[in-house]
Design a protein around this ligand. Structure first.
Ligand SMILES: Nc1nc2c([nH]c(=O)n2[C@H]2C[C@H](O)[C@@H](COP(=O)(O)OP(=O)(O)OP(=O)(O)O)O2)c(=O)[nH]1
Length: 157
């Protein structure tokens, strides 16, 4: 029998809010990729935890939403774009001090509309190795998967 994958633990020395039985928070995340392979990273707004850290755009599910519905809504709210096809890619559980989150990473290869940073976040089109920092702990594995896709050993240098 395969064991469930253990979570990635971020900032392990810090106390966990909500104790051992806290619920899992589902998050839909979009890896927008241009035809030349560049992908979009955005920085977390100043009013959120891990402010200023770089991540892929996305956010928490609202009640009853599917991954695709949550991601379509979040990308419109945060970036002002309309998404085309969404490809579910990988899932990852991350144990943060503020929450236990399940990240549903999706590839998005087509969208329409000009990018607008509606939450005053910064954005950067990046390729491997990335040049922005710091990267959100739960985002680092995605960069490693993208690096592996192109046969690069390390995503951060
Ligand atoms: N969007 C996004 N979130 C990520 C990534 N990696 C990662 O660990 N996370 C985590 C950080 C947060 O704990 C959670 C996303 O929550 P959030 O607070 O940004 O979501 P939201 O936009 O719905 O926020 P809000 O409604 O509470 O304002 O997922 C990533 O690459 N992109």
């Amino acid at each position: 029998m395969t064991q469930p994958k253990s979570p990635l633990v971020a900032d392990a020395h810090e106390e966990r809010a909500g104790g051992p039985d806290r619920p899992v928070v589902d998050v839909a995340v979009g890896v927008l990729i241009q035809p030349n392979g560049d992908f979009l990273l955005t920085s977390r707004p100043i009013d959120k935890v891990y402010a200023g850290y770089w991540e892929f755009p996305g956010g928490k599910f609202e009640p009853g939403e599917s991954v695709e519905q949550a991601l379509t809504r979040e990308l419109h709210e945060e970036l002002g774009i309309q998404t085309g096809q969404i490809q579910r890619w990988r899932e990852e559980l991350v144990d943060y001090p503020h929450a236990l989150v399940r990240l549903h990473f999706c590839k998005v290869l087509d969208w329409s509309g000009e990018l607008q940073m509606r939450e005053a976040q910064s954005f950067a089109w990046q390729h491997i190795p990335v040049t922005v920092s710091p990267i959100l702990p739960g985002t680092v594995p995605v960069l490693q998967w993208l690096a592996a896709d192109i046969g690069w050993k390390n995503a951060l240098f």
